[in-house]
Design a protein around this ligand. Structure first.
Ligand code: MN
Length: 279
């Protein structure tokens, strides 16, 4: 018997600013929802106005968790303290496991035009917080597009059952066993997705309206899902959303800006290591 998840809470993302003044909408990690274990932050950026993004995210550190960038429109240049550098363009994904520490920048590679996408922060269990930093940089053509009738799925992480069998996303080996799927529903469209019981799961609607387990969700709203083994989406008029899920970690969270550890002492160590150039 299927036990479809329902909406347990709805949050309207709030306009916020980060980096050197990039305007975005924050849901997780804001005042209404400081965290949703294992997720620490969700920002949705989306604008035609260069003033909202041109300042970018100059050099900054991370330790103890993962940052996931999913570009939908526009181009960002990424550079880090290991010497790695690259362009994130429309449809590309960067799953960065900061582990024991990385310093990087994310700056717009355009002076005009639309820039949109998401940044998600995923926590790491204590055993992985000080791991060697790791990148999974995924080009747009390596993110599978699955079409089920009028429903279009971009599979970043996790798996979907397509017309020709199971299709898995390119992101692998992540501690929280995540699902990350970009779902486009046409007018009258629907989609059913299996989500492991016990996983934390949410839906964020970024275009149109989407009905999630019987609750109508408007643009810029995030729905936290109750437990269950799946989720059912429908769209009366059409919409686009991300479905994200992951296994909760269940450990204490000590958080100070870009450092997320288990204790205050570990945060002090992170600040000290960063200030003394040990990232
Ligand atoms: Mn960053």
């Amino acid at each position: 018997m299927s036990n479809s998840r329902k909406v347990s809470r709805v949050i309207l993302s709030q306009i916020a600013s980060d980096g050197a003044g990039v305007k975005l909408r924050r849901s997780i990690g804001g005042e209404q929802l400081s965290e949703l274990d294992p997720f620490l932050l969700l920002d949705n950026f989306g604008t035609e106005n260069p003033d909202d993004y041109i300042a970018g995210f100059p050099s900054h550190p991370h330790r103890g968790f993962e940052t996931v960038t999913y570009m939908i429109d526009g181009q960002m240049r990424h550079k880090d303290s290991t010497g790695a550098e690259g362009i994130l363009g429309p449809g590309s994904v960067q799953w960065m496991t900061a582990g024991r520490g990385i310093v990087h920048s994310e700056m717009p590679e355009q002076r005009e035009g639309r820039m949109s996408g998401f940044q998600l922060w995923v926590n790491l269990p204590a055993s992985d917080k000080m791991c060697v930093p790791r990148y999974q940089n995924i080009d747009p053509e390596d993110v599978p597009l699955v079409e089920l009738g009028t429903t279009k799925l971009r599979v970043l992480a996790g798996a979907v059952t397509g017309p020709d069998g199971i299709v898995s996303g390119p992101v692998k080996g992540v501690a929280t066993d995540p699902i990350y799927i970009d779902i486009t529903l046409a007018k009258g469209g629907s989609y059913h997705h299996a989500v492991p019981e016990g996983h934390t799961a949410f839906i964020y609607v970024f275009e149109g309206n989407v009905d999630v387990g019987g609750t109508e969700l408007k643009q810029h709203h995030l729905a936290i899902l109750s437990d269950g083994d799946s989720v059912d989406l429908k769209a009366k008029t059409g919409g686009r959303a991300i479905l994200v899920a992951g296994r909760p970690i269940g450990e204490p969270v000590a958080r100070y800006g870009p450092f997320v550890m288990n204790s205050h002492e570990e945060i002090q160590q992170a600040v000290q290591d960063f200030q003394s150039g040990n990232f």
